[in-house]
Ligand binder design. Sequence first.
Ligand code: FES
Ligand SMILES: [Fe+2]
Length: 611
Amino acid sequence: MSAVSPAGPSRLNVDRRGQLVEATIEVIYRDGLSRLTLAKVARQAGLSTSIVNFYFKTKEQLLLETLQTVSQEYEAAVDKAFESSSDPVETLKALVDAMLDPQLCTPARAAVWYAFMGESQARADYSGAVRVRELAIRQRIEGLFTDLFSEADASVSKRSHAIPLARALDALIDSIWEQSVMEPDMLDLDHARKICLDYLASVLPEGLDTSIGTPSGNPTSISKDISEGMLSAWTYTSTELYELEMAELFRREWMLAGHIADVSAPGDYLTLELGPERVLVMRDERHQLHAFHNVCRHRGSRVVPKSQGNCGHVMRCPFHGWTYRLDGRLKSVPRLPTFEGLDIHQQGLIPLELEVWQGLVFIRFEAGGEPVAKQLEVIEERVGNYRLADMISLGEASVSEVSYNWKFFHDVDNEGYHVPSAHPALQELYGRTYRDDLIGGISVSTGVVDDHPSTSWSVARYKSLLPDAEHLPAEARRLWLYFGIFPNAVIYFYPEKAGYYMTLPRSPNVTQVVSREYGLPDPSRQVRAAQYLSGRIDTLTSQEDNALVQWLQEAAGTSVFPLDNLADIEAGVLQFHRRLKQKIPVMGRCRPPVLGTLAKDNQELQAGALA
Ligand code: FES
Ligand SMILES: [Fe+2]
């Protein structure tokens, strides 16, 4: 029979050794490294010197183990922060939390750290634990800053700030550790943490987004299961989420509805279907534009039936004939006396907010918030060059109904990494210069049409025919330019025309893709030829993209989705997902909430983010 189990002595050893290490930390803090003796450590630990000698033959052994313990605690905290998220911003926040954890950033531990750091210049065995590790951590912070400044829309000169700004964070954290030794009574770690986060907010390219989840290192039950990366598969199929997207996104954000050229005369109208909603844009006799729910106030019929047309002087509901003026007021009701107490002055069409920006018509279901012009002001000057408001339609809108979730379309469209592989014609057109950027929350993609020979007939002819658009600045005369308007639209500008395309969700797995082109009036033959040829290139590109979107949809059905292996130049995809999660935090869930709880879960996450 054995006196102790095999695990007994080693556990006992670890506890006793740990006790001695803790005592050593206290002695170093109190007396300094040079005045430490094993006898002092024994007294501090409440043990005899012979017990200390039993575990540590020399003072040096005890000091090395103490250094390794503190160093490993430090390194483990850093590792945990780096493993907590694939998002560099979240990792930086987690790192600040870890470094200023009250269990780690104590006066005694900080004193030990600096005592050994002072000695490390002359001691190679200390140097390995202290200086090398310090440098490695600094390099990891520099790596995070470099990533952030590379993926953001930062100029080359701004990118060069990444390393100095990273070192300043490192120095800021060091200064807090120093204060914990020098002025422990003055140090407020919560305040120090806030200073670090304020610093990050002021220097990071996109600030410090604190709107998703709870502070890192301080998880609550509702922040479990939240992904910082790509959206999970359920977000593309959930009917509950689709309804929440309608409420939180499509009814709240500005939605592109068309161009003023499509509703230029009194009685001209456009309609739009967005999920269950029906929208009507109408020009009245005073040439004012209005947007309404395309829902009759009698029993809900569509007031105008087609996607575009002219209704003359009034809108007449096809169901029972209620008639509305072009400004939405109810004009007449057949057999009015048979309606008890119906006040026709109170029964006009229900209006929506409308704003025209650079000739484009935007509508919004829920009034309030920033105007379109404010949201898009960062691109206003650039768009202004194209005289979009003077353009006329080059044809009817192209509308196709596809069997995939609307977000898949943008997952493909939000990055140009696939251009060389999936779009040979586009690659030949401008692939050598294609790039994606983010300016003030708007994704901007550009490609300059080059002079290289092309195997594609359309591309070769386009390159040779492309007219010199004199109304444009020189740098735009061979430029294809796209602006992504969150959440569902892209407006684009080529030298010879402009246009938009957008997704209009109809259900979780059915989406309308709508596009339309515009050009300046009285185009030359050369411009018309270029418009025709770029149209052929666009048609081919959208067919190629459609196949990619279908394959992405298939991938989401497999058990390996989502796949997070994104290149730097696919940052637009992640950015799109981040913005969705900012608006609808529950979209960050790795697994779908229990049926019937999604909206409530989202509310709680929103409340947690605001707290
Ligand atoms: S539903 Fe429009 S008139 Fe009856
Ligand atoms: Fe594409």
